[in-house]
Design a protein around this ligand. Structure first.
Ligand SMILES: *[C@@H]1O[C@H](CO)[C@@H](O)[C@H](O)[C@H]1NC(C)=O
Ligand SMILES: *[C@@H]1O[C@H](CO)[C@@H](O)[C@H](O)[C@H]1NC(C)=O
Length: 725
C-alpha cells in the first residue's frame, strides 16, 4: 500500500516536473522552444509610453492581425522612477496593464528592461537624478551605477513576478533584455566595460525569471546563458557568439526616426520583407520590427539632440494607430508564408544551393519529409529566371521567393499585393479663436533669480525641470564709449554648448541661433545696440532633450558655457564670462502653469486687435470641441515656430515646424542596400508639421489648447485636422 502510494507520488511528481520543465522557455542553436514547441518568432516593438492606454488594445490587435507572435517593449526608467524611490506605474506608464493586454490578445512579450534603452528617449531612459548621485558614472564598472541599476532591474522583475507575467508563471514574457547595444561602448572603454558586461549578465541571470536574457549588439562576449543579438537594417550575416544560441534580430529597423532639421525617412516594404526573408533563410529564429508602432514622444520625452515629437518611424502602424499600407499588409503576407514554412524550418538547418551568379536556394528538408525553400536574387538590377528542382522560377531584382512545399511560390518580397494608403490631413472644426499672453523677459535685478557668479552648466541648474534657463547679467556702458558717437555697434559673441539660444538686449529679442543634428553647439555673434548706462542682457538657453547615446553621455554639457565677449569698446574686448550672472529656471508662464485651466485663468489674456502675432515668448490659448467621429486628430502647426503645446493640461510635445528638413530627397528605389541616407522625404518642408492629439485626452466640448511659442508664429493658421488613410 505504502509502496503504491510512493510510486503514485513519484509519478505525480515526475509529471509535475516535466510539466514545469516544458513550461520553461528554452533555446538551442536552431530556435527558441516554448512549451516544448520550436518556434520561428515574429515580433514587433510597441513602446507603451508612446501611445495612450486607450490606444493599446487596438495597436496590439493590429499587431496580432499582422501576424506577430511577440510584442517587444523597452522599460522606461525615467517614466517609472521620476525621483529616487518614488515610483509611477500610472497612465502611459502602466506597464502591467500593457503586458496584460498583450497576454489577453494571446501574444508573447519581450521585455527589454535595460535599464539603459537609448530609444531616442530623453537621457536614454535614465532619470536625470541618477547623474547627480555622488560618484556616478553611467554604464561601466562603477559602484553607484551598478547599485542603482540592480535596484531598478530588481524592482521591475519583482513587479512582473508579483503579477505572474513571466511565461513559466502563465504570463506573456518569454524573454527579457539586460543592457542595450553595449558592445560598441565596451569596445571603446575596454577593461571596465568587460567587467561591467560580466556583472550585468550575472546580476540579470540571478533574478531567476525563468526566461532567457538577451544582450543586443554584444557580439563577442555575451556571457552564457545570455543570448547576443543583432540590430540593423539587415542581419543575415550575423552569427551568435556560441553555436548553442539561437540567431536573433532584436531590431530590424522599419524606417528611421525624424530629427528637427532632418528629413523624414521611408523604408520600402519590399526591402524590409527582403531583409526578413534573408535573415530567416540563414538560420534566423527570432526577428523584431523596430518599430512596429513608433508613436509619439509626448511632453519632453524626445531625446537630444533634436529628435522630433513624432516617432512615426515609417512603422507598419503609423504614429496615429492607422495601418501604414502597403507595408503592414505586405509584412502580414510575409508572416503567413513564414508560418507555412515553420514546421520544416525549425527541425533543420538549411542547405544552400547555388542557382546563379547572385542567386541561391535555401532549402529546409526535415526528416519527416517537410520541405520549404527560399529562392533569392541578390542582384539589385536584374530579374533572373532560375531553375530549382527542374522547375523555372522568375525572381525580380533584390527579392526572395518563398516556397513552403519546395514547389509553389506563395510570396515574393518584391511583389506587393496590398494597396497603398497615403495619409490625408483634413482640416476640421474651422478657425480657432485665440487669446495671447506675452511672457516676461526677466532681468538680473528680479527678486526670484539665483545669483551664481560665472557661467553654469544648464542641466546642473534646471535638473531638466524645464527646457528653459535664463542667463542674466548687466553691462555698463560709459557715456564716453566711442561707439555711442560713431554708431559702430559693438560685436556681442556668445558661445553655447546647445541646443538653442534667444538673445534679448534690454528686453528686445536681438537674435536666435540653434545647433544642428550633427553639432548641438552654437555661437551667437552679432552687432548689438547698447545705450549709455546699464544694459540688461537676458539669454534664454533652450534644451531640446538630453543626449541618449554615446560613451559617457551623462558628461555632455548643455547651455551657455562661454566665452561671452563684447568687442569694439574703448577698452577693446570685454570678457563677460566670469562676471556676475544670475539665473532663472523656466518661464514665468511655466511657473504659473498657464497650460492648465486654473493656471490660465490666473492671468489677463489679450484678444482681437490686441492679439500678439509673430511675437517671441508668447502663450496662445483657445478652446475647441472634439471633432465628431473617431478619426485620429492632429494640430497643423505649420504657421508656428518653436515651443510646446498642451491639450487639457497634457503636453503633446515640443513643436518646431520652423526647423526645415535638410536632406537629399532624390527618389527611392526599393532595390539595393538601404541606409538612413536613402529614401529621404519632405526636404525643404518642416521636419514635423502635424502633432498628434490623442482622442482620449479630449472631452466632447471646451477643450483647452495652449501653445507656448518661443519665436513668434501666426496662430491664425493653427488648426485641427483629422487623419485618414
Ligand atoms: C546554420 O547553422 C548551421 C549550424 O550552426 C551552420 O552549419 C550553417 O552554416 C548555418 N547556415 C547559414 C546559412 O548560416
Ligand atoms: C553643479 O552644481 C554644484 C552645486 O550645486 C557645483 O558644486 C558643481 O560645480 C556644478 N557642476 C558643474 C559642472 O557646473
Amino acid at each position: 500500500m505504502l509502496r503504491t502510494n510512493i510510486l503514485l507520488l513519484i509519478i505525480v511528481l515526475v509529471s509535475f516536473l516535466s510539466c514545469t520543465v516544458r513550461a520553461k522557455v528554452s533555446y538551442d542553436g536552431r530556435s527558441f522552444i516554448i512549451n516544448g514547441q520550436r518556434k520561428i518568432l515574429i515580433s514587433g516593438s510597441i513602446h507603451y509610453p508612446r501611445s495612450t492606454p486607450e490606444m493599446w488594445p487596438d495597436l496590439i490587435q493590429k499587431a496580432k492581425d499582422g501576424g506577430l507572435d511577440v510584442i517587444q517593449t523597452y522599460v522606461f526608467w525615467n517614466v517609472h522612477e521620476p525621483s529616487p524611490g518614488k515610483y509611477n506605474f500610472e497612465g502611459r506608464g502602466d506597464i502591467v496593464r500593457f503586458l496584460k493586454l498583450v497576454k489577453a490578445a494571446g501574444l508573447y512579450a519581450h521585455l527589454r528592461i535595460g535599464p539603459y534603452i537609448c530609444a531616442e528617449w530623453n537621457f536614454g531612459g535614465f532619470p536625470v537624478w541618477l547623474k547627480y548621485v555622488p560618484g556616478m558614472e553611467f554604464r561601466t564598472d562603477n559602484g553607484p551605477f551598478k547599485a542603482a541599476m540592480q535596484g531598478f532591474v530588481t524592482k521591475i522583475v519583482n513587479l512582473m513576478k508579483s503579477e505572474n507575467l513571466f511565461e513559466p508563471q502563465g504570463g506573456p514574457i518569454i524573454m527579457s533584455q539586460i543592457e542595450n547595444e553595449y558592445g560598441p561602448v565596451e569596445w571603446e572603454i575596454g577593461a571596465p566595460g568587460k567587467a561591467y558586461t560580466k556583472w550585468a549578465a550575472q546580476m540579470a541571470v540571478a533574478q531567476n525569471t525563468g526566461v532567457p536574457w538577451v544582450m543586443c549588439m554584444q557580439d563577442d562576449d555575451a556571457p552564457d546563458p545570455v543570448i547576443d543579438a543583432c540590430n540593423g537594417f539587415y542581419c543575415e550575416g550575423f552569427v551568435p557568439n556560441k553555436p548553442y544560441k539561437p540567431k536573433m534580430f532584436t531590431e530590424i529597423w522599419t524606417g528611421w526616426y525624424t530629427q528637427y532639421g532632418g528629413p523624414n525617412l521611408h523604408r520600402p516594404a519590399e526591402d524590409l520583407a527582403y531583409a526578413v526573408a534573408r535573415f530567416i533563410q540563414n538560420n534566423g529564429s527570432f526577428f523584431n520590427y523596430y518599430m512596429y508602432h513608433g508613436g509619439t514622444n509626448f511632453g519632453r520625452t524626445a531625446s537630444g539632440l533634436f529628435v522630433a515629437t513624432s516617432y512615426d518611424y515609417d512603422a507598419p502602424i503609423d504614429e496615429y494607430g492607422l495601418l501604414n499600407e502597403p507595408k503592414w499588409g505586405h509584412l502580414r503576407d510575409l508572416h503567413k508564408a513564414i508560418k507555412q514554412c515553420e514546421p520544416a524550418m525549425v527541425s533543420t538547418y538549411p542547405t544552400v544551393i547555388w542557382l546563379g551568379k547572385n542567386q541561391e536556394a535555401h532549402v529546409f528538408k526535415s526528416r519527416s519529409g517537410a520541405c520549404a525553400a527560399f529562392l533569392s536574387n541578390y542582384d539589385p538590377t536584374y530579374s533572373v529566371r532560375v531553375s530549382f528542382q527542374n522547375l523555372p522560377y522568375d525572381l525580380p531584382p533584390w527579392s526572395v521567393s518563398i516556397l513552403p512545399d519546395c514547389k509553389t511560390v506563395v510570396y515574393n518580397t518584391a511583389k506587393v499585393n496590398s494597396p497603398s494608403s497615403e495619409p490625408l490631413m483634413t482640416p476640421v472644426g474651422g478657425k480657432l479663436s485665440w487669446q495671447s499672453y506675452t511672457d516676461e523677459t526677466p532681468s538680473a535685478d528680479d527678486s526670484d533669480v539665483l545669483v551664481m557668479n560665472g557661467l553654469w552648466e544648464q542641466l546642473n541648474v534646471t535638473r531638466d525641470s524645464s527646457d528653459y534657463l535664463w542667463y542674466l547679467t548687466d553691462v555698463n556702458i560709459a557715456s564716453n564709449e566711442g561707439f555711442l558717437k560713431s554708431g559702430q555697434d559693438p560685436l556681442f559673441t556668445v558661445m553655447s554648448a546647445g541646443h538653442a539660444l534667444h538673445v534679448f538686449i534690454n528686453g528686445q529679442l536681438s537674435g536666435t541661433v540653434y545647433g544642428s543634428l550633427d553639432n548641438p553647439k552654437l555661437t551667437y555673434s552679432s552687432n548689438v545696440k547698447l545705450r549709455a548706462g546699464v544694459n540688461k542682457i537676458s539669454l534664454l538657453s533652450v534644451a531640446v532633450g538630453l543626449a541618449n547615446v554615446g560613451v559617457h553621455f551623462e558628461t555632455w554639457n548643455t547651455g551657455v558655457l562661454g566665452p561671452i565677449t563684447l568687442k569694439g569698446l574703448n577698452e577693446g574686448t570685454r570678457d563677460l564670462t566670469k562676471q556676475r550672472w544670475t539665473y532663472k529656471v523656466g518661464l514665468k508662464g511655466e511657473a504659473q502653469s498657464l497650460h492648465t485651466v486654473t493656471g490660465s485663468a490666473s492671468v489677463e489674456w489679450a484678444e482681437g486687435s490686441l492679439l500678439a502675432n509673430k511675437q517671441p515668448l508668447t502663450w496662445y490659448k483657445t478652446t475647441f470641441d472634439a471633432p465628431p467621429g473617431n478619426d485620429p486628430i492632429a494640430l497643423d502647426m505649420g504657421s508656428m515656430g518653436k515651443g510646446e503645446v498642451w491639450v487639457n493640461g497634457q503636453s503633446i510635445g515640443r513643436h518646431w515646424p520652423a526647423n526645415i528638413a535638410n536632406g537629399n530627397c532624390g527618389g527611392c528605389n526599393y532595390a539595393g542596400t538601404f541606409s538612413e541616407k536613402k529614401c529621404q522625404m519632405h526636404c525643404g518642408k518642416p521636419s514635423q508639421r502635424w502633432y498628434h492629439v490623442p482622442r482620449s485626452w479630449l472631452q466632447p466640448s471646451g477643450n483647452l489648447l495652449v501653445v507656448f511659442e518661443e519665436w513668434g508664429g501666426d496662430s491664425t493658421w493653427l488648426y485641427l485636422v483629422k487623419r485618414t488613410r
